[in-house]
Design a protein around this ligand. Sequence first.
Ligand code: NDP
Length: 279
Amino acid sequence: MSDLYAVMGNPINHSKSPQIHSAFAEQTQQDLIYSATLVPLDGFEHAVQEFFRNAHGKGLNVTVPFKEEAYQLAQIHSPRALRAGAVNTLKRHEDGRIYGDNTDGLGLVADLTRNLQISLSGKRILLLGAGGAVKGVLEPLLAEKPAQIVIANRSIEKAIDLAKAFSDIGNVTGCGFAQVQGYFDVIINGTSASLQGDLPPLPSECVASHTQVYDMMYGAEPTLFMQWAKQQGAKAAYDGLGMLVEQAAEAFLLWRGVRPQTAPVMAGIRAKLLKPAAV
Ligand code: NDP
């Protein structure tokens, strides 16, 4: 029987992870089955244990809102998962224990710097949100040596606490949306507001004509946040499809020991997203 992998989240029907990992498997000739599982909000631990009870269950991706729970559940952590306090990739370790990693940050930085050619060094970055995704991207973002990262979140305390937890490795501060001051070179939306068709209430002055905006969310249409940024005069606005494919490639490497090529998979998923559904 093939090795089994899955992504767990709630909601999950928007997930492109099964398409991406199936494409990676085909490209690298790996024998595996990857599916998407909708998990009840109070049922994550049970779902993970059931999955790994099956001897063929080798690895999981974890998405909204379970990344912090996945961190608690993992029995061994990669250094970057430890630092993030959030896990997006679980793997059955050779000794049977569950290993937790976080590949979100590597995925984001690869997409920004390699695919989109956005340099982060010396830049002023606004990072929106303080959930699992933002925790996962902070260390790799700070490793790019930006001048400053301002974390802004709806629950202000979470932004302040998160900034404190990372202040030993860079210039990072936390605040609420209304306290955001000045303009930024790069704005990254790591809230799940777009999932609910919502917009973080930011002062329009934070967008300048050279500002590049990135929404971790993605879809067939530019997200509400990307549309807002363009209306404020941003130079460019990108969605998170590239991050998704790049973080998936890191997870695939961890699970299978082989790094897939991301560009053709990204192009394939984008083309499918843009194709109108059959009527
Ligand atoms: P979490 O549930 O852990 O965190 C959600 C965050 O969004 C919190 O900071 C929360 O604020 C904030 N938020 C939720 N609703 C609103 C709203 N209506 N207005 C303003 N802020 C809001 O989710 P994750 O961190 O795991 O994921 C966040 C987003 O990033 C999701 O859209 C997810 O799809 C996307 N993502 C994309 C990836 C990619 O590869 N492209 C990878 C990872 C995530 P509060 O603390 O106040 O509740």
